[in-house]
Design a binder for this molecule. Structure first.
Ligand SMILES: [Zn+2]
Ligand SMILES: [Zn+2]
Length: 232
């Protein structure tokens, strides 16, 4: 079957706002602090819809230092907690925040694209530089022979390993949160594929929290404690 779309396409392109200027062909990019601020947030300023969102680290007026309070001895939670776009996944060994999924609906609703660099990361002014995917850029620590190296810690304190083992294959016994219990290593996670928009889909343990700069909102002693499942 042959489809002729050319005439319709040209009509539509004049009607539908696009990410580029139809006259000059220049891509609309947020290239100032103000435009980055207005576009890199869930309720995108209507003036910055249809923009490629690019922010620079020096637009940040506050420190990007973040302190993580994570359980040293992770405790299983009563039920797994989904990682959403306002919950962080954890922290990489190089100190970069492992964020939750990019807010797909907000992005599609406002037609904004905040591209990732080759490390699966980008900058917004609320949390600074952060990853949405594990692309092998973080420092790593060798694990048991043949097993994927450790690349970070999840918010529930369990270790996060790279996606694939040394043989290039994913473990086959991962649970819904991409965790498994391995003799000698204990329970830990393996990062998701970059295209899944979730480094981890959920946490199986009781999660900690983090503070940025001088914030003191995160007090792990006040976090609601969820009962671990009965041991059987
Ligand atoms: Zn992001
Ligand atoms: Zn493993």
């Amino acid at each position: 079957m042959r489809m002729v779309l050319s005439s319709k396409t040209s009509t539509l392109s004049t009607m539908i706002p696009s990410l580029y200027d139809g006259t000059t062909g220049k891509i609309r990019v947020t290239d100032t602090k103000e435009s980055c601020q207005a576009a890199a947030r869930p309720d995108v300023d209507p003036a910055y819809q249809n923009y490629c969102v690019q922010c620079q680290l020096d637009y940040m007026h506050h420190s990007t230092e973040r302190t993580y309070v994570l359980p040293i001895e992770p405790v299983a939670a009563e039920k797994a907690e989904r990682v959403t776009d306002d919950i962080e996944t954890g922290v990489a060994l190089n100190g970069v925040r492992l964020d939750g999924p990019a807010p797909r609906e907000a992005i599609l609703g406002a037609h904004t694209l905040a591209p990732f660099d080759d490390c699966g990361g980008h900058i917004n002014l609320h949390v600074g530089y952060h990853y949405h995917a594990a692309m092998g850029c973080s420092a790593n620590v060798a694990s048991a022979a043949g097993h994927a190296p450790i690349i970070g810690f999840a918010m529930d304190g369990y270790k996060l390993h790279a996606r694939v083992n040394i043989d290039g294959k994913e473990p086959t016994d991962l649970d819904q949160c991409r965790g498994h219990d391995v003799k000698g290593l204990g329970y830990h996670y393996h990062a998701n594929e970059p295209g899944k928009n979730a480094i981890l889909p959920c946490h199986t343990g009781q999660t900690g929290c983090s503070n940025i700069g001088n914030e003191t909102d995160c007090d792990a002693t006040k976090r609601p404690k969820r009962r671990p499942p009965p041991r059987g």
